[in-house]
Design a protein around this ligand. Structure first.
Ligand code: SIN
Ligand code: FE2
Length: 212
């Protein structure tokens, strides 16, 4: 089970806990290997924007009972891969353990979105709001090349701040920040040796359905 090297959170804004260096190198490698195995079973797909069908610059996959997908018909969670039709692979136990440590009051996560960034990929400012359960935080883990993460408030026009997310860092946003706008401006190619082919993997754990 994960040995987390640094469980001390830096509260960067109300509801936003940042855990720099949460995962040490061995823990990052173990998680990387688990995710690479999942990507064999559930190959990366390129999501498309609702209505326009414009492709995202990131590729995605998921693990857990539910996965987040996007295409012309909209954003949604579903139990199967949009291209293979197969159920998503199980979430690695160490991810569940990390969730328990970072979100001790929340019910277990149901979805782990795997975002794959190559050198030119980014993600526009958005809210995570396709979940029914907004009481649970979003827990995000970064592996590989570092990324410039932009975090704003609940309104699109709110002031934003930037955080550099490095391999092994975690960030959890919940409570007053659960619906905070966020995105990735860019990654820094070549800034990590964790992934043989370079790039960045972001894992976003979420509770989707409301628990009693
Ligand atoms: C996301 O908001 O889905 C991804 C954020 C990240 O890549 O750090
Ligand atoms: Fe997000």
């Amino acid at each position: 089970m994960p040995t987390l090297s640094n469980l001390a959170a830096v509260v960067v804004a109300p509801g936003v806990d940042y855990f720099p260096g949460l995962l040490d190198r061995a823990e990052q490698e173990a998680l990387r290997d688990g995710i690479l195995a999942i990507l064999v079973e559930a190959p990366p797909f390129r999501p498309r924007m609702p209505r326009t069908g414009k492709p995202f610059s990131v590729r995605m996959s998921n693990c857990g009972p539910l996965g987040w997908v996007s295409d012309e018909t909209g954003y949604r969670y579903q139990p199967t891969h949009p291209e293979t039709g197969r159920a998503w692979p199980e979430m690695p136990p160490r991810l569940l353990e990390i969730w328990r440590l970072l979100a001790p009051d929340a019910p277990p996560p149901e979805a782990c979105l795997i975002n794959l960034y190559d050198a030119n990929a980014k993600m526009g400012l958005h809210q995570d709001r396709d979940e029914q359960e907004l009481a649970a935080p979003v827990v995000s883990l970064s592996l590989g090349d570092s990324a410039l993460f932009r975090l704003g408030g609940r309104e699109r026009g709110d002031r934003t701040r930037s955080l550099k997310l490095q391999s092994g860092d975690a960030i959890a946003f919940g409570g007053p920040a659960r619906l905070a706008f966020h995105g990735i401006d860019r990654i820094t190619p070549g800034s990590s040796t964790l992934l043989a082919e370079g790039g960045r993997i972001n894992l976003t754990l979420r509770r989707v359905s409301r628990s009693e």
